[in-house]
Ligand binder design. Structure first.
Ligand code: HEM
Length: 202
């Protein structure tokens, strides 16, 4: 992950705390995401998307069930990505019946408080930054935004601005938050997702 300055920490200490508190977990999850492996095939890419398609929907449903003012403040509805996974998997040859039969994760992070939800959202939103790198390699397999890489393309040209808006929403909320719980939400998200990816059947 990028190094960030103490200036950034001064402006948004909670974001910096999330970043430093989960750096190791990020490094660990990189180890189970197969998308940068030199031998990546379209089949392995499709299997990866099918796996995380079992993780995002229940998480996004939990986040969307937060109080409306919270959902609006963090732009939770416009940040949903499950439909992009769905679209990609259809483009990659799965049909609706196979999509409906995909395993759904039940080992989910504890999202019982808004503070934990914010930490979870940090992980999902931050991943759109790294996805820009992953998109470039997946394009070598012959897929693009319209043919199986909509999830990785994410917000496209809006990726930077969407991340900035998340940071601003976080900073505006920070005085009400228990920072330790926010970081716990992010840690739980990284660890449950890592476990879910790592335990996919080959
Ligand atoms: C092989 C897999 C991955 C690679 C190579 C990767 C790479 C990166 C890179 C290069 C950045 C910094 C981008 C920037 O600052 O513009 C980043 C940020 C981030 N990634 Fe990943 N990533 C991977 C997987 C993931 C996964 C699976 C998640 C979680 C779902 C994730 C969560 C994050 C977060 C939260 C940040 C933001 C860190 C911050 O600046 O606070 N990454 N990633």
């Amino acid at each position: 992950m990028q190094e960030h300055t103490s200036e950034a920490a001064r402006k948004n200490p909670l974001l910096e705390r999330l970043r430093s508190g989960t750096r190791e977990l990020h490094d660990r999850i990189e180890g189970v995401v197969p998308l940068l492996r030199p031998d990546l095939t379209l089949t392995a890419y499709t299997a990866y998307l099918a796996r995380i398609a079992g993780y995002y929907p229940p998480i996004e449903a939990a986040l969307a069930s937060a109080p409306p003012s919270f959902v609006e403040h963090f732009g939770i509805d416009e940040r949903k990505k499950s439909h992009l996974l769905h679209r990609d998997l259809l483009a990659l040859g799965l049909d609706e019946a196979r999509l409906a039969a995909l395993p759904v994760c039940s080992d989910l992070p504890d999202l019982s408080s808004p503070d934990r939800m914010i930490g979870c959202l940090y992980v999902l939103e931050g991943s759109t930054l790294g996805s820009r790198v992953l998109l470039r390699t997946v394009k070598n397999l012959g897929v693009d935004e319209g043919s199986g890489a909509a999830f990785l393309a994410g917000y496209g040209a809006d990726t930077g601005p969407m991340w900035v808006r998340y940071g601003e929403a976080l900073a505006a909320y920070a005085s009400r938050a228990d920072a330790a719980l926010v970081v716990r939400g992010a840690e739980d998200t990284f660890t449950t997702l890592e476990r879910w990816i790592a335990t996919a059947e080959a």
